[in-house]
Unconditional design. Structure first.
Length: 630
């Protein structure tokens, strides 16, 4: 059997899907992949005894209702972000009963000054709150360290001043300085009321330690728990030893340098940080190029916006591009006529920016010609990107694969540098690709396609309930409990939990020539496709969640450490074969609307799934929770 071009494209749209049950009924007359495939001779399969009775679908009672509409399988959902509140530091555990200058030992944590002892004794009278992990770390640290860290005698020390400067500059690394703000006691005080002075210093001591611990926690792993954003986020949150961090601060000769080193040191994060500083230093008045909303300019047409199009290329095109088309740019006199020379200029700009070089000035081209987001919008995207970068390892690894969904691009890195990139198709807004990290394990040649339960339920059941032999004619293999059966032997009004549907390897297979696996609970993988038409589009959020590769053989050769020719030979063999990936290659299935290219220049992308908005709501919820005192 061979698919028509239309059918092949439909098959691609069904390569990955979700598995969350929802009892919302589906339309029994909805169009499915099966509806557009041509029939194939029915293949005989031994009926499985008892299958025809089936098992009731979830929620059903008694005999199966033959008129019941099939259920629906839906994807994960987004949540209302719930930030952790503050916890009171158990100061009663920390008060030192010794309020004199007596020295218990000669250790570093000994109290050597009567005012230090007074501050320590005053711990019992203050009320300081912090995020739970920070509060616990402060309690543990001071249980083992009697001497104040940030004050000496009756004054704030130099170590405290250095720490406060870093906390006040937290915005430089994408954090919120308000989360770490600590009021400094006045230098003047009533010497006749030392109890009040000691309480003020004790409050400052504990608050600054809590603020430093929270800063280290946030700098390393981020303020936001990604798994509270949505079911599409899947990360094991990093563990941070905050007690060790406070001890390191106590021992450090350069507290500022230590705290600054807690943010990721990778080139990607440093590029985001530098871009943020550059944008914040920009003048308040933005000289933006504007092109009228709704402009759609095609070769041979005329438009008064053409002058702004050329201006945009001059502003945002590379020096190499402008040098190559210098004559066209210099000779342009502001005419609205879209001449062949100007079309060639636009096509070169589109190609440089990764767009389809068709010379049509539409929404995607206009975004790049005008510089995309406003200054404020770019800063907001950078802050989200820097937060999300903390969910990943500080060093992505010298050899890794990085998929950036909003860029519709996958990047292969080896020897610490990007070796190549290629276009990808990712999940549609209704079938979003997850955000997680994994390890590449296997390349499978000439793969079969195991149809996900979501597609069986959402796409196939309506047809199968009226025509149970449908899958037999299509050449799909059906099994129940691991035993091959005819699709006509299955009661499609019963539960599909034990039913599997498989499309054997073929030139028509929805996964194409190969797939690259990194086993995960979301059934997400990279794969080929028999139709390349979607790769010509600028907006490529079109799949059911998996990632389709424009050049799958090249990626397979890279991760296997072999040649494209060797990959081609495996495919030409025609048999299904899985080859293990020997190298340790992490893969990041990421979502960044701001991310640096291989030269360190930050690029900005559309927020195709609207996830940045949820991040900003999470920022606001965290800020509100951390500012509650009492």
């Amino acid at each position: 059997m061979r698919l028509t071009k239309t059918a092949a494209m439909a098959a691609l749209a069904l390569s990955c899907a979700f598995a969350t049950f929802d009892a919302t009924p589906a339309s029994a007359s909805s169009l499915t992949l099966m509806d557009i495939l041509r029939g194939k001779r029915q293949q005989k399969a031994e009926p499985l005894p008892g299958v025809s009775q089936g098992i009731g679908l979830p929620g059903q009672k008694g005999e199966t209702k033959r008129t019941a509409e099939p259920p629906r399988v839906t994807g994960p959902r987004y949540y209302t972000y719930k930030a952790d509140g503050l916890k009171r530091i158990a100061v009663e555990k920390l008060a030192d009963p010794v309020v004199t200058a007596s020295i218990a030992s000669e250790g570093q944590s000994s109290i050597r000054h009567p005012d230090d002892a007074g501050v320590r004794a005053a711990f019992a009278s203050v009320d300081v709150r912090a995020p739970a992990e920070s509060a616990k770390a402060v309690e543990t640290f001071y249980a083992d360290n009697r001497k104040p860290l940030w004050v000496g005698g009756t004054a704030v020390n130099a170590r405290a001043r250095a720490a406060l400067a870093v906390l006040a500059d937290a915005a430089a690394v994408g954090l919120d300085p308000a989360d770490y703000a600590v009021a400094v006691p006045d230098d003047t005080f009533d010497a006749a009321d030392m109890a009040s002075r000691h309480r003020a210093l004790a409050t400052f001591e504990l608050r600054l330690s809590a603020a430093v611990a929270t800063y280290v926690l946030d700098a390393v792993r981020g303020r936001i728990d990604p798994n509270r954003i949505s079911g599409y986020h899947d990360f094991k949150r990093k563990e941070v030893n905050l007690v060790a961090a406070l001890r390191n601060v106590a021992l450090s000769n350069d507290v500022a340098a230590y705290l600054e080193s807690r943010s990721p040191a990778g080139a990607h994060f440093q590029a985001l940080k530098a871009e943020l500083a550059r944008l914040k230093a920009a003048s308040g008045a933005e000289d933006r190029i504007t092109i009228a909303e709704g402009t759609l300019l095609k070769p041979g047409q005329s438009s008064p916006e053409l002058a702004n199009v050329v201006k945009g290329i001059v502003r945002h095109g590379s020096e190499a591009l402008k040098a190559e088309h210098a004559a066209t740019i210099a000779g342009y006199g502001g005419t609205p006529d879209y001449t062949p020379e100007l079309v060639a200029l636009v096509e070169a700009f589109q190609k440089e920016k990764g767009l389809k070089p068709d010379g049509i000035v539409g929404k995607a081209s206009i975004r790049l010609l005008t510089g995309g987001d406003s200054l404020e919008g770019r800063i907001a995207k950078l802050e989200v990107a820097m937060e999300q970068a903390r969910w990943l390892p500080a060093d992505l690894g010298p050899r890794h694969v990085f998929i950036n969904q909003p860029a519709y691009t996958v990047y292969y890195h080896e020897n610490g540098a990007e070796q190549f990139s290629m276009r990808v198709v990712v999940g549609s807004k209704a079938n979003q690709t997850y955000f997680f990290e994994d390890r590449i394990r296997t390349v499978e040649f000439n793969p079969s396609w195991g149809v996900p339960q979501s597609i069986i339920i959402n796409e196939m059941l309506p047809k199968l309930r009226s025509d149970p032999s449908y899958l037999d004619r299509m050449g799909y293999e059906v099994s129940v409990g691991g035993r091959a059966v005819s699709s006509s032997a299955v009661d499609w009004y019963g539960s599909t939990a034990g039913v599997s549907v498989r499309q054997p390897p073929s030139s028509d297979n929805a996964l194409g020539e190969l797939k690259i696996l990194f086993p995960n609970s979301h059934a997400i993988y990279m794969h080929d496709t028999p139709s390349k038409s979607f790769f010509k589009r600028d907006m490529r959020a079109l799949s059911h969640g998996c990632v389709r590769l424009a050049e799958p053989r090249r990626m397979a050769a890279a991760v296997l450490g072999t040649t494209v020719e060797a990959v081609g030979a495996e495919i030409a063999g025609g048999r299904n074969k899985a080859v293990g990936v020997k190298a340790d290659i992490p893969i990041y299935i990421a979502y960044f609307t701001a991310w640096p290219d291989k030269d360190g220049t930050v690029e900005y992308f559309d927020d195709v799934y609207g996830r940045d908005d949820y991040m900003r709501k999470a920022f606001a919820a965290t800020k509100a929770a951390r500012q509650v005192e009492g």
